[in-house]
Design a binder for this molecule. Sequence first.
Ligand code: AKG
Ligand code: FE2
Length: 312
Amino acid sequence: MATQVSVHSLPIVALPDPGAAPTDDAVRQAAQSLDTACSETGYFELTNHGIDLGLIRRTLEETAAFFRRPAEDKARYTAGVETQFLGYRRLGAEKSLFHGGAEACEQYRIGRSHDRPAAATAIDTAHFHAPFADSSMLFARLERLGDQLMTLAAIGLGNAEDRFAPFFESPMHRLGLNYYAPGSSAELGNSMPYGMSPHIDRAVFTIVIQDEPGLELLSPNGAWQSVPAGPDVLVGFMGDYLQRWTNGRYRAVQHRVGEIRRDRISIQYKHKPSYAVVVEPLARFLAADGAPRYDPFDTGTQYERLLSTLLS
Ligand SMILES: O=C(O)CCC(=O)C(=O)O
Ligand SMILES: [Fe+2]
């Protein structure tokens, strides 16, 4: 198993100003650097994103305040299949497929609900978003940034800029807010000290902001790379779905959170298609023999089944 952790600078994707025409140099350069990063490493740092640092700081504070609440209060927001997995996941709620223990953090998810099949119980998203006013504003900004990245990805892949739009008519983007405390892994009796064990996200891509270091990305040469921390650092990496659509041209990035020595909060924005989109290699990325390297994956019931087995 690769254990070495090193800090390098990440490939930079400098975003063009919003409203720039697709023919602008800044757009073509951003599309090009995104394409190179996604095919070579799968990860990058985003600059010139225009997101207010104060909003990120307030989100981190709001998140810390929520996790400081008493357990019985947090339990009012418990996430499960009946909440479409929005809300709170207590310490130990998420199993690890990697070591058989549980992920050593508390988590919260905000996002839209879906109504297919006609939900037996309507989800009160206002209830789940109420403790997270600033986070919800940041979420809206990250959704716009995610859309911008999707457009750049389509251009970088040589497609029309709206190539992916049909998959995002009613997107199920998620904002994840995680809290890690020293000693949680031992408290859970885990056999490995990870804050979160290695995995690939079921998302198109993920953008992470962390107040303390901890996130580690698996580089193509098999070394784990830790990434810079701070409210001003936005790290992006590929998830399963863009790897699947591009039949492996883009590299989904395994990532993990190392052993926690100081309280740590992470914000993860996961860019996701609509409910029940079947993600499968697109015809133009198939090899000459037409063989897909990945099976289709359904972001509806198949994804829900997966989450149900992970959350106890
Ligand atoms: O906390 C982090 O930095 C990463 C968390 C993560 O990988 C996830 O929630 O999928
Ligand atoms: Fe992840």
